[in-house]
Design a protein around this ligand. Sequence first.
Ligand SMILES: [Zn+2]
Length: 516
Amino acid sequence: MVSLLPIRGRVMENKLVRGKWIVAGSGNGRKIIKNGAVLIEDGTIRAIGNYEKISKEYRYDYELGSEYSAVIPGLVNSHNHGRGLSAFQGGVSDAPLELWLPDLFNSYETDIYWDTLLAAFNMISKGTTTVLCHWCERDPADPMYREDLEKSISAFLKSGLRVAIAPVIHDQNKYTYSDESKILSKLPGYMKEEIVSNVEDSSRIKKYFHTITEMKNKYCQNEKLTFQYGPNGVQWCSDDLLVQIRDKMTQNKMRVHLHLLETKYQREYSKQHFGVSTISHLEDIGFLGENTSLAHCVWLSTNDIEIISQTGVTCIHNPSSNLRLYSGIAPILALLEKDVKVALGTDSTALNDDDDIIQEMRLCWLLHRLPNIRTRGITSSEILDMATTHGATAAGFGDLIGGIEVGKKADMVLLETRRAIVPYLSLRIPPLDFLLQRITHDDVKTVIVDGHVVYENGLHRDCDPANIVAELRKSVKESPSKKADAVTRLKQLLKEHYENEELEEYQIKYKYNQLT
Ligand SMILES: [Zn+2]
């Protein structure tokens, strides 16, 4: 039986959203309105205030929420790869990034439409209303590139999510950061053939830019969908490619999103290749600005943070992924100290392998409590800014969404608070602290995007999760054993390579406590 949300919410009626708490505004202007209401008209927030007052003053077609609801802005997952079937489920066990990627590139295939739709459904059902998808399901060399990108786009549109898609591109060092040909030359020829593409980079890159322009033009009427450039990372892209992207960004008024300094080996790459840090190099080639967002940012230096702060870049914190892939812990307190905009993303590698942005917020809240009574932690309000306002900026929707404010688009999530309050909640606990500490994705009751109810009480407006799961399962194909053997051999070679490169200065950078 197909389970869909009833007809309510399909047309653009005026709605009144009621809540025990309305989490309105953002940053220093954030306030909690008790026994509040939000009036949504034509998908836009028209009024916010006391429930009795707003319900008398305005006309509306129906009411959502109750005196037990907490109404928060829609959450933004600012770095995700749109994978419904996680890498782990596809056979890629957690490992240090450099040994994880070769498996990821060669492990399994799915039907992109169902894969994206499941990812989108998972995110919506856990309170995400906007995603910045660093799309890497296909390489431009793949004959199905354009078709599969469109499949992902149509799945996102079907899901109702607001989405920014930044298709990934690289033109060097697919498997390592230096001496790639030297390492690959140690593979027997038949193994190399299994995992190395023979398509010329210039034609791949031409196709990449052409496809993005084509998609941008095709979907330019859709306010909920935007495109960004998505270079994979500095070590994977030549300067020539980065400069081309920089010029296209200016020319086409577009944003750019990339991985940055996820591991210590990437930091070392810049030192060896540019003689300066990755951030200094990006600044030198004019790549940093308010239209740039950088995922991970684990291995920044103090000077890098200064440059990031001055250039207005948004950093995206991916705590789960950084833990799972042995990357380290990003210096988020130091970034906040310099007023850097920090957003949050699951990187399709969340703690429970389920793209749960609420849990990512909690992990971020807890992770940066240093063992020192002089150092402050991150406040619950800052965490909410990361998952809303700054995420909206990273995704390129900063003018439209990011907070429950009059004039903004109505993207919001209604959380049912009763389960988390039982048996009692002291009035001494601030509401935002309570939400961050005790709410889980099971408490997500209603999700509204652009004024439309897309999810309520476990049902989606247009998608049946059981059907998505069945279709996706049918489409999964694991890689043939010849390819898997080649990857295993390559990983052995890479492990030896990195073990030889291991630098003493990085080994002593971080410890859980003062072991002596
Ligand atoms: Zn990523």
